[in-house]
Design a binder for this molecule. Structure first.
Ligand code: HXC
Length: 260
C-alpha cells in the first residue's frame, strides 16, 4: 500500500511494532484531511495484523504536527463542516484497540497536540512543544483539546493553554501528565519502539482488554469504572492466555501467549 502523506513500516526485533511517520515536512506535518484518512487506513491495517502488538506515531525533528491544515480550513463554510462531519475520521486514533504510543519531537500544536493526547502513551523529546493555539486564529480545539487536558491536568492548566494559546515545554507537559517520559530528541522513537516491543510481548488479547479498562477511567464515574474493570478482569479468566500466564509463573518459565 502506498501513502502520500505518511510513511508506514514495521519495527522491532520481531517486527511487531507498527510505525506511522507523518510526512508533510514542508507544512510542518499539518494534518490535512487526506493525511488523517491515511492514518485511519494504516491503523486499520495494523489493527487487523495479528503480528502487530503496538503502534508508534511520530513526526520529524521539527514537528510532530503543527495542527489541522489551516489552508484547508480557511474558506470552509460552517454548513460544510456540519454536513461533512469535518474531522470526524480523527476518532480512528482514539478508537483503535491496540496501544498507540506518540513519539513527539518539535511542535505538537492544535490538532497535533490533540493527536498526541489521543494516543495511549506520549513520549517526548527535550525540545518538543505542546500547545493549543487555535484561539490565536479565531477558533477552539476541536478534537479533544478542551476535554482531554482537563482530565489529565485539571481546569487551570487546560484553561491556561486553551485561552492563552501559548505552548508549554516537554518538561512542563511531563509535569502536568500529558507526557510520561522525556528523552534526548534522537532517542524518542527508539524508546517508543522499545516500549512497543515490551507491550507486544504480552498477550495481545489481554493488552486490549487492559487498554479498554484504563480508557474507561476517562469516560465514566469511578463506581461504574470499578464495576466494569472487575467484569473485564473476570473475563480474562475465560482466556487461554490468563491460564498460560499463571501456569508459566508457577512452573518458573516464560509464558507462551497465543492471543486467545
Ligand atoms: C497549514 C501550516 C500549518 C498549519 C505550519 N504550516 N503550520 N500549514 N496548517 N497548521 C506551514 C506554513 O504555512 C509554512 O508553509 C510551513 O508550514 C512552515 O511554517 P512556518 O510558519 O514558516 O514555520 P516557523 O516559522 O518555524 O513557525 C512554526 C509554527 C508556525 C510556530 C509552528 O508554523 C505556526 O504557528 N503554525 C500554526 C500553528 C497553529 O495555529 N496550529 C493550530 C491549527 S488549528 P509555507 O507554504 O508558507 O512555506 C487546529 C484545529 C484543530 O489545529 C481542530 C481539531 C482537529
Amino acid at each position: 500500500h502506498s501513502y502520500r502523506h505518511i510513511l508506514v513500516e514495521k519495527k522491532g526485533e520481531k517486527e511487531n511494532v507498527g510505525l506511522i511517520q507523518l510526512n508533510r515536512p514542508n507544512a510542518l506535518n499539518a494534518l490535512c484531511d487526506n493525511l488523517m484518512s491515511e492514518i485511519a487506513q494504516a491503523l486499520s491495517k495494523f489493527q487487523h495484523d495479528d503480528a502487530i502488538g503496538a503502534v508508534v506515531i511520530t513526526g520529524n525533528e521539527k514537528a510532530f504536527a503543527a495542527g489541522a491544515d489551516i489552508k484547508e480550513m480557511q474558506n470552509l463554510p460552517f454548513a460544510d463542516t456540519l454536513k461533512g462531519d469535518f474531522l470526524n475520521q480523527w476518532t480512528a486514533v482514539s478508537d483503535c484497540k491496540k496501544p498507540i504510543i506518540a513519539a513527539v519531537n518539535g511542535h505538537a500544536l492544535g490538532g497535533g497536540c490533540e493527536l498526541a493526547m489521543m494516543c495511549d502513551i506520549v513520549y517526548a523529546g527535550e525540545k518538543a512543544k505542546f500547545g493549543q493555539p487555535e484561539i490565536n486564529i479565531g477558533t477552539i480545539p476541536g478534537s479533544g483539546g478542551t476535554q482531554r487536558i482537563v482530565r489529565v491536568a485539571g481546569k487551570s492548566r487546560a484553561m491556561e493553554m486553551c485561552l492563552s494559546g501559548l505552548p508549554i515545554t516537554a518538561q512542563e507537559a511531563q509535569q502536568i501528565g500529558i507526557v510520561s517520559r522525556v528523552f534526548p530528541p534522537e532517542k524518542v522513537v527508539e524508546e517508543a519502539v522499545k516500549l512497543g516491543e515490551r507491550i507486544a510481548s504480552h498477550s495481545k488479547l489481554i493488552v486490549s482488554i487492559c487498554k479498554e479498562s484504563v480508557n474507561l477511567a476517562y469516560e465514566t464515574t469511578l463506581r461504574e469504572g470499578l464495576h466494569f474493570e472487575k467484569r473485564l478482569f473476570h473475563s480474562t479468566f475465560a482466556t487461554r492466555d490468563r491460564k498460560e500466564g499463571m501456569t508459566a509463573f508457577i512452573e518458573k518459565r516464560k509464558p507462551c501467549f497465543s492471543d486467545c
